[in-house]
Write a protein that binds this ligand. Sequence first.
Ligand code: ATP
Ligand code: MG
Length: 575
Amino acid sequence: MRVSNHPLFTVREVPSEAEIVSHQLMLRAGLIRRLTSGIYTWMPLGLRVLRRVEQIVREEMDRAGALELLMPAVQPAELWQETGRWDQYGPLLLRINDRHQRSFCFGPTHEEVITDIARRELKSYRQLPVNFYQIQTKFRDEIRPRFGVMRAREFVMKDAYSFDLDDVSHDASYARMREAYTRIFTRLGLAFRVVEADSGEIGGQQSEEFHVIADSGEDAIAWCEADGFAANIETARTLPPTTPRPPPGSERAEVHTPEVRTIDALAAFLGVAPERCVKTLLVDGSDGRPVALVIRGDHELNAVKAAKLDAIADPLRMCDADTVRAHVGCAPGSIGPLDLDVPVIVDHAAAHVADFVCGANRDDYHLTGCNWGRDLPEPQSADLRNIVAGDPSPRGGGTVRIDRGIEVGHIFQLGRKYSEAMGATVLDEDGRSRPITMGCYGIGVSRIVAAAIEQNHDARGIIWPGPLAPFDVIVVALGAERSERVAGEADRIHDALQAAGLQVLLDDRALRPGVKLADAELIGIPWRIVVGERGLKEGVVELQHRRETEATRVAPEEVIALVAQRVRDDVEPID
Ligand code: ATP
Ligand code: MG
């Protein structure tokens, strides 16, 4: 392929709308172009990368025995009404009407459609286990599309669905997918971690996420090297303190705290540490009446864990200021747990603080020196907060650290949630009808391209891992427009590399060397061969890997075999 036929669409300036490096580089390297918020075109160079990701995903899914199919992107509302998700899914679901005013959605995921296939086509245990997958465009009307294809509205997902007769067989299907995912992310050359996860909107029992480790990641993951614990902080449990709570040491007092709006301001105003303050939040209870949640000042409420408590509405909803005033008689910033006539649930850590500071349930007043068991009843405590670095691991083998991660894959045990709702049953060996046990398995194919760049770049541009590169080699012909010898040699090397089975791009543009070399670095092709008049006179071309700082001088006749071998070493599938 020659750049004269495969224009690059690179740009020098850093686009102002792109906050993170992968988004900037994808725009600058001409991989994607934005159509509108969260909706992108894959330009030819970008599409080559996307296709390589798809290819590795497809090979490993096939290898794991999954069967590829392709389901419709547009789905009728009736199917979603059968599972109740037409109402539950909310504004994330893009709803469409056809000319007869019948309702449809653009599929954000395909549990309903595949379960409809299953109930029609699967009749007997003899047809199980079976796993169907597709690679397809999804649409989710994300509240905050950002970071380019990382959190887009329209994106490419690989989704797979397994069908088993019972839990034992299902566990084996799930383990096979976990293994396939591990192979996929290993082959893609990404540093990743598998973590316990919340199952969110999709529902079901156990689930695990695959995260690419990157500082720009939207998720925080807690992990402990010593005992192997790893979980998304959405779901990571915190342990109650094991030591007894210190005894009360001071008297309770009320203090005027005008204009104090945050915990930090309160702590500074009173000269106490934020961990000695508690914050009290009023949320909707599951019976519609408010419930107060109490968290230590330096901790954050975990909405996912809180919503799982029986007493709390799911999803978690904060009470508005009017509700707070009606029940407590003050603004939300002045609530405290004393003398409340709503149920109070206290985080384990907040229940462990003595002489704490809290709101006085009176505008602009706080209480100091409060103590559980003395000034108010012994608390009903629960796990309500985000785990933080330094907390004990819930597995008990050490302390946790927190890393940022980009969720690139998610595997779920669905159980019989969808098969029961939609009547997908098979006859077992005894002729009894049984709902099928399901699993579902997603990979963010387009997100992977951005995640790979987050992990592999430098100040000059992208550095593609070999298996993802849009081309294996770029041949840069310097001054080819002036030198027939350079043009001829560059052509010959290009053709020979192509004949050796490599993906080759020849930069044959009549541009300054600096511009061509800068483009080669920006688009991140792993291997670069520079062909120039001066080198050829000395009988060499220059070979350089994108990660190396120095080029190697190689005879033109040797460079083909050398590069072919190095590329093969790089992209060879694992055993
Ligand atoms: P997130 O928590 O990032 O919103 P999710 O948990 O809702 O994702 P899943 O339903 O698990 O997503 O979808 C499977 C995979 O699809 C995710 O692991 C992720 O890699 C990818 N994905 C989900 N939403 C998006 C999006 N808006 N843009 C790009 N990829 C996405
Ligand atoms: Mg997920």
